[in-house]
Design a protein around this ligand. Structure first.
Ligand code: HPA
Ligand code: ZN
Length: 329
């Protein structure tokens, strides 16, 4: 499964911060982590739900201070994912989680972009960068951030919406999404991870998203499922995340293959791989072990990931050709 060429569409770069790098950066930047060791930090990765994960996620990313930190983080992710077959990635980042700590947006983007550019030059691994707004902060702050992007705007390929979902519905962010669409950016949003199918409908109808991140709660609404199938709306499903955040009991209970067979445009992704137990190739491998994912299903998921990505037409064609070669191996 690691050799199958694939794209990843739901990946928070801050969620790739492994404990070893967190401690190294904490020492370099003289930031105090509230844990004594890598092992103690890793022992915290027993989450009750999305909120309990987010508390640790935001606390640990405080070790990221300068551009070289963001570059090291992004490089480490790209190296691991490339070794697991990754050919293209649409990367999320959470600017408000950094600017709120006094780290300028330009510093964050400089570091991430340097690593993305290096991976393109060195490995031919292509990417886009998607700026996520934190939905549990005021919608006015998202508008303010978007309006202040200035020189950074051309370095951003799209926007997303993440953080604590329940009680923070998509429609609150109508204005900033309208502005982003008018600026020609790609638009996606997390919806239907913990909250119900009405959040998925709002993301489609009010934010007019091109893809839905997670979206698995659509399954409780058969009419919505029919619509997602008919409109070919990509869903960026994250099976290991769903298990770790207790959205689904076990991987063996995960509906991802039923969703695929039902005709949904499903992709599989790692979300926050340092926290949830694996990178994108590991997700495929775990689905094979827990659900009997076949080579045909794996290829369908990989082809969906390419089609639903924000890679250019030529790039998509090239990755599809690599998948075809993998099938005939
Ligand atoms: N859901 C919502 N917000 C997030 C996640 C997630 O899985 N990961 C990082 N921010
Ligand atoms: Zn996510």
């Amino acid at each position: 499964m690691h050799t199958l060429p694939k794209a990843e569409l739901h990946l928070h770069i801050e969620g790739t911060l492994e404990p070893e790098l967190a401690f190294a950066l904490a020492a370099k930047n003289r930031v105090e982590l509230p844990y004594g060791s890598v092992e103690e930090l890793r022992r915290q990765y027993d989450f009750e739900d999305l909120s309990s994960f987010l508390a640790l996620y935001y606390a640990t990313m405080a070790v990221l201070r300068d551009a070289s930190d963001f570059e090291a983080l992004t490089r480490a992710y790209l190296e691991r994912a490339a070794a697991q077959g990754l050919r293209h990635v649409d990367v999320f980042f959470d600017p408000q989680a950094h600017t709120a700590r006094g780290v300028p947006l330009g510093t964050v983007v400089d570091g991430i972009r340097a690593a993305l550019d290096a991976a393109r030059a060195e490995h031919g691994l292509t990417s886009t960068l998607l700026l996520c707004f934190l939905r549990d902060r005021p919608a006015a702050e998202a508008v303010e951030l978007f309006d202040s992007l200035g020189d950074q705007l051309p370095r951003i390929d799209g926007i997303g919406l993440d953080s604590a979902e329940v009680g923070h519905p998509p429609a609150l962010f109508e204005e900033v999404y309208a502005r982003a669409r008018a600026a020609g950016l790609h638009v996606v949003a997390h919806a239907g991870e913990e909250a119900g199918p009405e959040y998925v409908r709002e993301a489609l109808d009010v934010l007019r998203v091109e893809r839905v991140d997670h979206g698995i709660q659509c399954l409780s609404d058969p009419e919505l499922v029919d619509r997602l199938v008919a409109e070919r709306v990509p869903l960026t499903v994250c099976p290991l995340s769903n298990v770790r955040l207790r959205v689904v009991d076990t991987l063996a209970d995960h509906p991802v293959l039923d969703m695929l067979e039902r005709g949904l445009l499903v992709t599989v992704n790692s979300d926050d791989p340092a926290y949830f137990g694996g990178y994108v190739g590991d997700v495929f491998q775990d689905l094979r072990d827990a659900l009997g994912l076949t080579d045909e299903q794996a290829v369908a998921l990989a082809r969906n990931s390419v089609d639903a990505s924000f890679a250019g037409t030529e790039r998509k064609r090239a990755i599809h050709a690599e998948i075809t070669a993998w099938e005939g191996r």
